[in-house]
Design a binder for this molecule. Structure first.
Ligand SMILES: [Ca+2]
Length: 153
């Protein structure tokens, strides 16, 4: 193959690779939290179950805050809890609700009664925009909540 043809071929290949990268970035499905549920463990700890979904089955970070009237705070994990970062979602690819995860929530600084959970879900924590935010209202973490929907505002 003449040099010019090889150069052209190499150029075409690299252009193709760039185009593919662009397509992949555009096609990233944004992750979501679909449902949450609390189950009390003791007076200051509740198990928080959450279902997390991502179209590509990517690992997802979930940041959670609570709001109760004029008070609010970051969710504090109880000692020994599972993490809220790099949550796998592959097992939920074919499930409408996504993959189930369960963490333990330290309620020491959380007031009694119902509150709102604000969950931000990100599959690309080190690049691009922050993830989408979902809200769960009327959740009492010291009670069996049953599954409650997480909704976009
Ligand atoms: Ca994704």
């Amino acid at each position: 193959m003449p040099l010019s043809a090889r150069l052209l071929s190499a150029l075409t290949l690299s252009t193709f690779a760039i185009a593919c990268d662009g397509d992949l970035a555009l096609k990233n499905g944004r992750p979501s939290v679909t449902w949450v549920e609390t189950t009390p463990i003791d007076s200051n700890t509740s198990a928080l179950t959450l279902w997390v979904k991502d179209a590509e089955g990517e690992a997802v970070d979930v940041a959670i805050r609570w709001e109760a009237g004029s008070q609010s705070g970051d969710l504090v994990l109880a000692p020994g809890s599972a993490p809220l970062t790099a949550l796998p979602t592959e097992l939920g690819l074919t499930l409408e609700e996504g993959q189930i995860h369960r963490i333990q929530w330290d309620l020491t600084d959380v007031p009694a009664g119902a509150l709102t959970l604000v969950l931000t879900v990100d599959d690309r924590p080190y690049e691009g925009d922050d993830g989408d935010t979902y809200r769960v209202t009327d959740l009492d973490p010291r009670a069996d909540s049953g599954p409650l929907p997480a909704l976009r505002p």
